[in-house]
Design a protein around this ligand. Structure first.
Ligand SMILES: *Cc1c(COP(=O)(O)O)cnc(C)c1O
Length: 365
């Protein structure tokens, strides 16, 4: 079976460097924060071109701490989407604020910027756009809303490492950008990890304190912080992988282009192509077809594993149902039944890509 995602092949592709990095940390005797985390923060800063980078324990924590640093909490409303990983919404709820869901663009699957105006209330404090599947949301329109109504923009970049909006790396356009190093992400660790980036030195200082008990000096808590440090071992592993990121994004784009070409005259919709404003870093290759379950079974019979990201919109999940907007979210609810994720990871062999393309081309719905 060709897997849909495969973090083990990512380890194998970087095995010598990762094994050396792990040994280096073990031998250093310094396992928390340390020079490894500082060095990785600097290397990450150079890749995304952001002056401040703060390594944290996960992408979920990155979102939570960024929102907290922006003083978002109980009584505040945060506009986001329901077509996302649950982490986006969990982080908002963890601050005590209320997520307000808006629908997504039917072709781009990112936040419908025209729906934002209708969701604004006097309590709205922030927008959390999600650059889903590695495609940047429409940041210009989002930042226009934010400027007009004095809202914070916290970008969920968990799936979009390597993606650019108008030649700027995602995460550096809004107030804060939040990244995840979950093993299958574009830049994946061998465990959990996350990063927050910001241009704002004051926000950076707050977030740096929040990740470690609110300390500005050791043992003096200036704020009620938490323990959300990036692990030194994961930082060292990520340092082994980050030099290869650009090449791996190119490989992801190359595989995606082959799928898109194969789908050209098929009754299956390929993801939207790049436009002049954006450079996507394909994390997941998600097609849509009303015959989704039939296509999934057809691919499985031919040895191709697929997945669904995500099968249940957040506003329909038991824990968050009470937040469903009156009237629902039509596009979100419709596409949840039609989406299918094809295999995509840099180490996917050419022969497997060719087989998947051939199977897609022979499919008659
Ligand atoms: C993976 C992911 C997160 C959470 O990241 P973790 O590192 O797993 O906590 C948040 N948002 C989106 C869109 C994600 O895909």
């Amino acid at each position: 079976m060709i897997p849909c995602l495969n973090p083990h092949t990512s380890y194998l592709a970087h095995r010598v460097a990762i094994d050396a990095a792990v040994q280096r940390v073990l031998q250093s005797g310094r396992y928390i924060l340390s020079d490894e985390v500082a060095a990785f923060e600097n290397e990450f800063a150079a890749v995304v071109n952001s002056p401040h980078t703060i390594g944290v324990a996960s992408g979920t924590d990155a979102l939570w701490l960024a929102l907290r640093a922006c003083d978002i909490g109980p009584g505040d409303e945060v506009i986001t989407v329901a077509h996302t990983a649950v982490a986006t919404v969990a982080a908002i709820c963890q601050t005590g604020a209320t997520p307000v869901f808006v629908d997504i663009h039917p072709q781009h699957f990112t936040i419908d910027v025209d729906a934002i105006a209708r969701a604004l209330t006097p309590r709205t404090r922030a927008i959390v756009p999600v650059h889903l599947y590695g495609r940047p949301a429409h940041l210009a329109a989002i930042c226009d809303h934010a400027k007009k109504h004095q809202l914070r923009v916290i970008e969920d970049c968990a799936q979009a490492m390597g993606a650019r909006w108008q030649n700027r790396h995602v995460g550096t356009v809004g107030d804060c950008g939040c990244f995840s190093f979950y093993p299958t992400k574009n830049l994946g660790a061998c465990g959990d990890g996350g990063m927050i980036v910001t241009r704002d030195a004051a926000l950076a200082k707050k977030m740096r304190a929040l990740r470690e008990y609110g300390w500005e000096t050791r043992y003096v808590s200036e704020s009620a912080g938490w323990n959300s440090r990036l692990d030194a071992m994961q930082a060292a592993i990520l340092r082994a992988k980050i030099p290869h990121l650009a090449h791996e994004i190119e490989r992801r784009r190359h595989i995606a282009q082959q799928y898109t070409a194969a789908l050209h005259d098929r009754p299956i919709h390929a993801p939207a192509a790049d436009d002049a404003d954006l450079f996507a870093a394909p994390h997941l290759y998600v097609v849509t077809t009303p015959q989704r379950d039939v296509l999934q079974a057809h691919l499985a019979l031919r040895g191709i594993a697929t997945a669904i990201h995500y099968p249940i919109p957040i506003h329909q999940q038991p824990a968050y149902r009470h937040l469903a907007p009156a009237g629902g979210l039509h596009v979100t609810e419709r596409i949840a039944k039609n989406i299918l994720t094809l295999p995509l990871f840099p180490e996917l062999p050419d022969a497997d890509v060719a087989h998947i393309c051939a199977v897609l081309q022979e499919w008659r719905s």
